[in-house]
Ligand binder design. Sequence first.
Ligand code: PLP
Length: 362
Amino acid sequence: MDNICSPYLEINLPAIYHNAKIIVEKGRDYGILIDGVTKVSLGDPKIAEVLVEAGVFGISDSRIESIKRMKESNLNTNFTLIRLPCLSQVEEEIKYADISLNSELSTLRALNEAGEKLKKKHRVVIMVEMGDIREGIWNREELYFVVREVLKMKNLELFGVGTNFTCFGGVIPTEEKYMDFIEIVDDLKRKFNISFAIVSGGNSSTIPLLFKGKIPLGVNHLRIGEGIMLGRETAYRKVIPGARTDTFRFIGEILEVKEKPSVPWGVIGEDAFGHKPSFKARGVRKRAILNFGRQDIDPEGIKPEILGVEVLGATSDYTVVDISERDDLKVGDSISFSLNYSALLQAFTSPFVKKIYKEVDL
Ligand SMILES: *Cc1c(COP(=O)(O)O)cnc(C)c1O
């Protein structure tokens, strides 16, 4: 390897496998299929492979480019596009995704036409709005109309219905919410005399209900990202029983170590991001500057793994930490951090963050 000054993201594949496995097995206990959601990793094929080994029903991702990347690595599974398809990209969507989540008739029509052109049948899941006010059909008449139209489309298979929670509106899925959802699903089944292969009930915020065995009968599918990747459910952000939280580590290198006043001096304007900075007066402190910044992580979403290090803030390419409590850190040393979802997403997205895979548990 050439000498690269690069922060690293360490990806612990056995830990990710473990989390996927316990969630898949819990789902199996209650007749619920689990899709592994790879979107935080930009469709990382090695992570997807581990999820497939753990027994997921399929792989879900939000970007068709990421699905293409995984598909081309010859993974034997089905791929679901979980972001609504782009009207201007329907051919790629038909080509690479086996299933997509949908809420717009015009897009469904375009998918059907693209399917005709590419001679490929595509499975669609119709999204129902249950209160989180992001994607999905809320109006019952519109829902009937869309289902009726899709059933006429030769190149689409109405594979299921789905809903989503706790993404935009912060709405937590409860048993009552699911009873309302199942009422709508049953209404559609009766009205059109059809059945659905999947009734997809949500994401990692449903894990508390899953582990308590409280998901009402009728829901048979979940799409799980964060629960697998970070070992946490997202309704209350608690660690999932038996899950591992050592799935990812972020490691940066120290570029400067100096004692400096904790408060800036001079005429104070805005910082590089247009905020008026404020600082606690703590006298002269020992600080280190690290080789990564907002381009690579969310500074609010990283936590030092060693004691006596405190994140003060970050600009595009630097993160400043207080290390007054430590006498061992010097230029060239590494400091490692745990990450939340937002920081992890950023780390995967930055081309400057080198990805390193731990293939075996040590
Ligand atoms: C991101 C996403 C998921 C996965 O969410 P997690 O909280 O990471 O489990 C599931 N479904 C849809 C539609 C999503 O956009």
